[in-house]
Design a protein around this ligand. Structure first.
Ligand code: NI
Length: 134
């Protein structure tokens, strides 16, 4: 087993309380393990974001389809990247809101650029890219 180093972390009470609540809901029994997992997650994230390797992802969008030309703009953007966009699922959540899940592939940076453009589009209320590598 790798040698362990002990470090001291200064953190304000309110933030620590939130952290303790979070890790409790995730089933951690001690802070050290939760802290290590958080660091590992960030490192994995950093690795795939920086790499040139092929990644696969989903872009989840929630938007109001009444926003002028938004649905058209989303479609145009996806056609511009047809080689990266694999599939697309659209669900009408209610009278105004649509949920769209877009399957995307490509080089990490390419995928992030396309996802960011979709998410940043005016009228998109919430968006998130989740990516993984094979
Ligand atoms: Ni819809």
């Amino acid at each position: 087993m790798a040698e362990l180093s002990r470090i001291g972390v200064a953190i304000d009470d309110a933030l620590l309380e939130q952290f303790d609540n979070l890790i409790a809901t995730r089933g951690y029994t001690n802070r050290s393990e939760a802290f290590r997992d958080l660091i590992r997650n960030e490192l994995v994230q950093e690795t795939w974001q920086a790499s040139e390797r092929e990644v696969f992802g989903t872009v989840t969008l929630v938007y109001d389809h009444h926003v002028r030309q938004l649905a058209d703009k989303l479609t145009v953007l996806q056609h511009a990247h047809f080689a990266n966009i694999m599939a697309n699922m659209h669900v009408h959540l209610d009278h105004h809101n649509c949920l769209e899940v877009i399957l995307i592939r490509g080089k990490s940076k390419e995928v992030q650029t396309i996802a960011n453009a979709l998410i940043a589009m005016k009228g998109v209320k919430h968006g998130r890219l989740t990516a993984t590598a094979a």
